[in-house]
Each structure stands twice: as structure tokens, then as C-alpha cells.
Design a protein around this ligand. Structure first.
Ligand code: BTN
Length: 244
């Protein structure tokens, strides 16, 4: 089934990721199913954070992927295919200033437009399912400054309101194209990812175990490690290092 051929709209749910995982366990979900929420009461963000989003104003959805024992070594490439699908979609409306901030935030200029949370179901050493949770700011124009740093939405960028379900269907088409690329040409996926990487080639401020330092951002490798240059090349996995 093509991604998004079946979109289930949930008026309110704890988290579309939790819901999708439950549906997979209950054998109710198949590859390509999308769970879209108007409201999440316990939206999940990266690294145990909450994801807050105004009711009925943004895309909050989870896409179910049947991974069919694909290599777990390609986890980052899979995640970059999701980031690139979201990037393509956002760029279509917001233009050239869209980028992907490592590992998979969608940025417009230096403001966050969306985030991705992928949860994998692995049995033994076999990758069975991936749930790609996507939150993209579309129509929200008021954000709580105490909660998110520098957010932005498409309505703020373009000055018009968008039809959420139509946008969701279109996002699924962009995701489908990148899913095919992940299956056919993983090398090109990595180079596409590096081409749209936020601040690539620039000096950036990073923090490791409370030590702040500056480094040149050279790119990301196939395992998703950030490649930076200080006085020598260094590579860091997500969680080991933070943006300042
Ligand atoms: C991040 O921290 O940037 C990732 C945010 C991911 C949010 C989305 S909204 C839909 C899906 N359901 C969740 O509970 N989280 C993801």
C-alpha cells in the first residue's frame, strides 16, 4: 500500500505514535497507514520531551512502515528519508530557506518548523516495523515562548491558511518518493541529506558534557554521526553532543 492511502483521523489521542504502535501490536495496522490527530494530549518529542501543538492547527501524524527485516545498519538512512520527505514538502511551500537540522528537525531560517520521532519495533535482531511520528507547524500563529525556542509555521511564513488534510495527503506523496529512494539508492539519500543540512560548512556552537566549544560542521555520515572539525575530525552520535 502507498503511504497515506489510508489516513485515520483521530479527533483526540494521547500520542499518534503510541496509537500506531498499539495498532501494530493488535495486527490492525499495515504498511503505509497514517494516523492523524487533531489533538494530542501526551505528544512525544525527541529525548523524552513533550510535543505541544495547538488543536487542529498543525500536522501531527504517525506513518507505519513495514521494515521486512531490512538491515538495522540503515536506521539513520531510513530516518533521513523521513526528514527529506518532510523537507521536500515544507520547501514546496516555504522555499529555499528550509533545511534539516541534525538529526531530523525541519528548520526555516533559524526557526524550528517541525520535528520527527521514529520508534522502531525490533524482534531479536529483526527490524519489523518503524513508526515515523511527524509534527509540522502549519497554521499555528501563537506559540508559548516558555515552551519552544523559536518556532515558526507555514502560515507565519506565507501569510495564508492551509487545508490540513490536503497537506497531509501531499506530505505522504513526498514521503513515498523518499521511501522508494531509501529502498533503491541509499547512497544518494545520504548525499541529499548532507546537501540540505542546517549550517553545513559553518562554525557552530556545540556542547558536550557541559563543555561548550566551537567546531566546523562538515556533515553527517551514513550512521548518522555528526562529523565536525575542531583541530581534527571528530564524529558524534545523537545524544552525545548538543547544539548550544
Ligand atoms: C521533536 O522533538 O522534535 C520530535 C517531535 C515529534 C512530534 C510528533 S507529533 C506526531 C507524533 N506523535 C507524537 O507523540 N510525536 C510525534
Amino acid at each position: 500500500m502507498k503511504l497515506g492511502a489510508d489516513i485515520v483521523v483521530l479527533p483526540t489521542v494521547d500520542s499518534t505514535n503510541i496509537y500506531a504502535i498499539q495498532e501494530v501490536y493488535a495486527h490492525m495496522a499495515s504498511h503505509g497507514m497514517v494516523y492523524f490527530a487533531m489533538e494530542q494530549t501526551a505528544g512525544k518529542g525527541q529525548r523524552g520531551k513533550h510535543w505541544l501543538s495547538a488543536v487542529g492547527e498543525n500536522i501531527m501524524m504517525s506513518v507505519v512502515f513495514s521494515m521486512d527485516n531490512r538491515s538495522l545498519d540503515s536506521q539513520f538512512l531510513f530516518s533521513s528519508s523521513i526528514a527529506l520527505g518532510c523537507y521536500d514538502f515544507y520547501k514546496f511551500y516555504a522555499g529555499d530557506e528550509v533545511s534539516v537540522k541534525w538529526p531530523n528537525d525541519i528548520y526555516w531560517r533559524d526557526r524550528k518548523a517541525g520535528g520527527i520521532l521514529i520508534e522502531n519495533l525490533i524482534q531479536g535482531s529483526e527490524w519489523k516495523w518503524a513508526i515515523a511520528g511527524i509534527g509540522l507547524n502549519i497554521n499555528q500563529t501563537r506559540f508559548d515562548p516558555a515552551i519552544s525556542r523559536n518556532p515558526v509555521s507555514l502560515q507565519q511564513i506565507r501569510g495564508e491558511e492551509f487545508d490540513l488534510l490536503g497537506m497531509t495527503r501531499q506530505l505522504c506523496e513526498f514521503l513515498e518518493t523518499r521511501w522508494l529512494q531509501y529502498n533503491q539508492n541509499q547512497r544518494s539519500l545520504l548525499s541529499d541529506y548532507n546537501q540540505v543540512l542546517f549550517r553545513k560548512g559553518e562554525q557552530i556552537k556545540l556542547k558536550k558534557e557541559n563543555r561548550a566549544f566551537e567546531a566546523r560542521l562538515d556533515g553527517v555520515d551514513e550512521y548518522g554521526r555528526l562529523v565536525i572539525f575542531t583541530s581534527m575530525e571528530e564524529r558524534f552520535v545523537h545524544g552525545e553532543i548538543e547544539w548550544q
